[in-house]
Design a binder for this molecule. Structure first.
Ligand code: HQG
Length: 187
C-alpha cells in the first residue's frame, strides 16, 4: 500500500510525463493527450524501477487533490486534465464562464501583466479559478501573492472563448489588460 508521500511522488512524475515530456520514458500520447495505461505502467516502472500497479494508479487518480488525471470511459487510457505544455487538443467545448473569474499570481509579475495581459507562458492556456481561495493557492507557488479579478462576462460578450477542464479549471487563450483589475474585495 502506498503512503501519501509515495502517492505525491507518483503524481508529480505523472504530471511531468503526461503534461510535458512523455518522451522521457519513450511514451507516446495521442493528439488528445491520452496514453495507454498498460504501456504507461510498463514504461514508468522500467524507468523508475517502481512496481506501480493498476490498483496503485487508480488510487493516484482518485485521491489526487486536484483530480489532475482522468481515465477514458473504458478505463484503458489516461491523460492529464489540464496544464500541458506540449501541444495537445483536450477536445473541450467552449463554455460560458461565471461573470467573474480569478487569477492568482506573484506581485513581481504585475507590471508585466498589466502591460501585456495574462499570457499562457509555457502552458497551452491561461488558467483561471472560480474562487479567490483557489487563486491564492495557485499564486503562492510563485511568491508574494496578488489576486486579479477577470471580467469574464465582458470577455465572453466580446466573443473570447473559455473552456472548463474536467477538473474544474477555467482555461482561455489570453486575457487582454482591459479585463483585468486588482481584486481588493473585502479591504
Ligand atoms: C504569469 C497549477 C508576466 C502568471 C495551478 C503565472 C494552475 C505573466 C505565471 C496551473 C504574464 C505562469 C497553472 C505576463 C502570465 N507577464 N507574468 N504577461 N502572464 N504571467 O504555472 O496559472 O498544480 O504556467 O500569472 O494550480 O500559475 O500544476 O501558471 O504566475 O491550475 O496542477 O506567469 O498550474 O496546477 O505560471 O498555474 P504557470 P499558473 P498544477
Amino acid at each position: 500500500m502506498m503512503n501519501e508521500q509515495q502517492t505525491r511522488k507518483i503524481s508529480k512524475f505523472l504530471s511531468l510525463i503526461l503534461r510535458h515530456n512523455p518522451g522521457k520514458i519513450g511514451l507516446n500520447l495521442d493528439p488528445q493527450g491520452w496514453a495507454d495505461v498498460d504501456e504507461l505502467l510498463q514504461k514508468v516502472n522500467g524507468f523508475r524501477k517502481w512496481e506501480l500497479t493498476r490498483a496503485d494508479l487508480d488510487i493516484v487518480v482518485e485521491t489526487n487533490n486536484k483530480k489532475r488525471f482522468a481515465y477514458s470511459p473504458d478505463g484503458k487510457q489516461i491523460r492529464a486534465s489540464q496544464g500541458h505544455s506540449i501541444k495537445i487538443d483536450l477536445g473541450l467545448e467552449p463554455a460560458t464562464p461565471p461573470a467573474v473569474l480569478y487569477h492568482g499570481t506573484a506581485t513581481r509579475f504585475l507590471d508585466s501583466i498589466m502591460a501585456q495581459g495574462l499570457q499562457s507562458k509555457s502552458r497551452q492556456h491561461v488558467h483561471l479559478s472560480w474562487d479567490t481561495e483557489t487563486a491564492t493557492t495557485v499564486g503562492k507557488r510563485h511568491g508574494k501573492v496578488v489576486i486579479l479579478r477577470i471580467d469574464a462576462a465582458q470577455m465572453a460578450a466580446d466573443n473570447l472563448l473559455f473552456y472548463l477542464s474536467e477538473n474544474d479549471v477555467w482555461l482561455t487563450d489570453h486575457v487582454p489588460v482591459k479585463y483585468i483589475s486588482l481584486n481588493d474585495e473585502g479591504k
